[in-house]
Design a binder for this molecule. Sequence first.
Ligand code: SF4
Length: 358
Amino acid sequence: MPPWIQPPRIRLGASTTCQLHCPLCPTTRGEVRKGIGTGFLKFEDFRGLVDENPWVLDIELSTWGEPFLNPDLSAIVEYAHRKGVSLSAGNGSNFNDVPQTVLEALVRCEFWSITCALDGACQKTHSRYRAGGDFDRVIGNIRRLNSLKAARGTPFPLLKWQFVALGDNEGEIPAARELARELGMEFFVKLSWEPGAEGRAAAQAAGPVTVYDTDLILRRICTQLWRQPQINFDGRLLGCCSNFWADLGDAFTEGLVESLNGERIGYARRMLMGQAPPRADIPCASCPTYREAAEGKARWITPAETVWPGSFASAAFRGASWLKTAHPGAFRRLRREAYFAWRRLRPSPSAIVRSDGR
Ligand code: SF4
């Protein structure tokens, strides 16, 4: 009998639409629209999911599109705050178009964190990779957000600057790092997936390197099927944040718990543990990560890697879910204090990660 899946963190895409045209992005190339459609998460659907699943504590909103284009975002942020649910856009935002009302809601409702994608320290360089992006407008939005944070005396949203090193922009890493420091942002460099990126001395001089090879992708991305499953804006269950080919169920029509414990996602999990052969209706079957693992180039996921660790953690999550439902304000304060205690123990990293773009 497989374990019952009910993780405290889920990923629910706010948007698969984007106003930029980054040349390497599958959204620009139309692949995302073809696979999982173009659209926005609706407030009514968000409210239904949060109300029906009070055990959900955290929701990551960013995925294949720009989350801040979602017209219902202010309502979503306000409602999550009322219900004690923490929201983040850690996967990434281009942060070009953020209305003042949304900036105010982000600060008032203590939106947890935002990762801003900025691949240069000036407009000319940045716009080469983020086609259609406006560097000065993004920095202006960050400054306006920081003013609102200062006026309210809150560190939230926490801000991160993600710089993708693409060869000829690497000379701007020191300037970008310095600007990030001035803006109070954590800074990290991501290596591009182009062949030879791992040899880039300028990028690697900026910090330690984590190479996102297939083995690590299985551990960091494929385990999302158990630990933080991805749901499309329209409720389709995608399983992981890399999948834009086909769904594994529907969290809005079947129910979140039912879909997370459905037959198809269960089969996908068994494939990723090497316990079942590939099946045509499971998106992993056509994913390069799965194919490489099946060829023996990476280790299958083990049972120990699939669970929220230990009975203590399970009990803590049950207690947190109860507190969040009964006393959302107290829960928010507790979570915030726990975060700062953790950061005191583990100071902010400035790491380089390498992505293969899958
Ligand atoms: S094999 Fe591919 S589609 Fe399947 S969970 Fe892993 S990254 Fe996602």
